[in-house]
Design a binder for this molecule. Sequence first.
Ligand code: ADP
Length: 478
Amino acid sequence: METEESKKVPLWRSLQTKYALTYIVVIAAVLILLNTYPVMASQQLVFQSKQTSLQSQATVIASALAGPDGLSRDGVIRVMEVLGDTGLSRVLVTDPAGVVLYDSSAASGAVGRYALLREVTSALRGNDAFRSDYAGGAFHSRAATPVVYRGMTAGAVYVDEYDAEQGKLLVGIQKTLRTISLVIALVALVLSAVFSRALARRIAELLRAVRIVRAGEYSHRVQMGGGDELSQLAGEFNALTGRLQTTEEVRRRFVSDASHELKTPLASIRLLTDSILQTDNIDPDTVREFVGDIGEEAERLQRITEKLLTLTRLDAAVTVATVAVDMEEVIRRVAHMLEPLAQAVEVSIALELEKGLTIRCTRDDLYQIVFNLVENGVKYNLPGGTVRVATRTEMDRAVLVVEDTGVGIPQEDITKVFDRFYRVDKARSRAAGGTGLGLSIVQDTARRYGGTVRAQRRETEGTRFLVTFPLYREGERG
Ligand code: ADP
């Protein structure tokens, strides 16, 4: 028990950690997505709009430049002056060879040199080119387009734009998302800690209860609110423990009752043997009488042990193959067997049996039930009394009635007579060779076949026992 207790689940394998980790992983995945996807999507959108606007600006410039005279430095400057402020960071115009004719950022000193720009090269080959990137919180985009006149490439226009405005907007969105994520992460962390701890605590409580009960304290119960599966589990556990407690109590009482019942005849036997052994010159008649008594006690022991064995067999509840048993036949056999005993105490047995009443049972077990009841009816009767055995059908059940005109059972004992070793009048039961186990056997056996047993006081005198069994139906399997 102690080794089990010390077998504490390490934190990394605990349910609490697993639960909390799952929670955190899911939340982290969601937050990563929240922080990347919208930013990437808006970047893409900005790229697209930049491409459209820059390219159309380049095209406007290119078409303004296109003319029959070709491109010259002065010509380009004139056209650019006419176009006015383009809002672009840089505008570059080259001749068909790629030599720069015009550069809006005069400081670069590029005029007269070859423009070594990818976009320009591409434009001179007759293609539009565009490139944009986002870095340091700003969009940097370039576009180039050829200047075409009558199908001839007369040069290229290159525009460049550095946009920090849109970049700032995006950085703002990024920041807001990061703040929201941080708050969500914190809340999730706290919630996961709280929930996983609560869960772990409740499971630990259940575990503790299981261990306490396992150690033998069957009266222990767990209190668990919440109305969830765990509280259901706790409820089931309490019910199970309750059953265990009852079974244990019954077992304990049974063992102590049984030992007590066995002790009495054994003590008598010892007393009788001691008397024989310790009395000098004991006469043969006394010895015969004592040995006879010893025999009687031994017989009693035998009866008790046989009945105890029957009860143990019933407790084990091994399923037996049932057959259709004709009640009339079995009852007549019992009556026949008990007739001599009844005659000896001047009791008559009367039978009122329904024909062809069959139940699902075994012959021996039905015999046992009827025998115990009729024997009690005879044993606890008065001279001149009767025992009436009747059967009838009631709905889908067979009813067996065994009633007598005997000494009766006091109202307060009427349910207790089915308890093991319970006897109303110990002396009378003992004198009649009773063990206090007969009615327990009747009840356990009947229940095994889906039957019920009840005892009633009769209005005038005596006792009535009512036993019901499910009827046997043709075609039913046993
Ligand atoms: P026992 O072996 O003592 O007869 P049972 O279990 O058959 O044990 O019965 C338990 C007790 O119930 C008996 O000791 C007796 O006091 C009482 N009892 C049973 N049947 C009858 C009856 N028909 N009339 C009066 N008392 C009875």
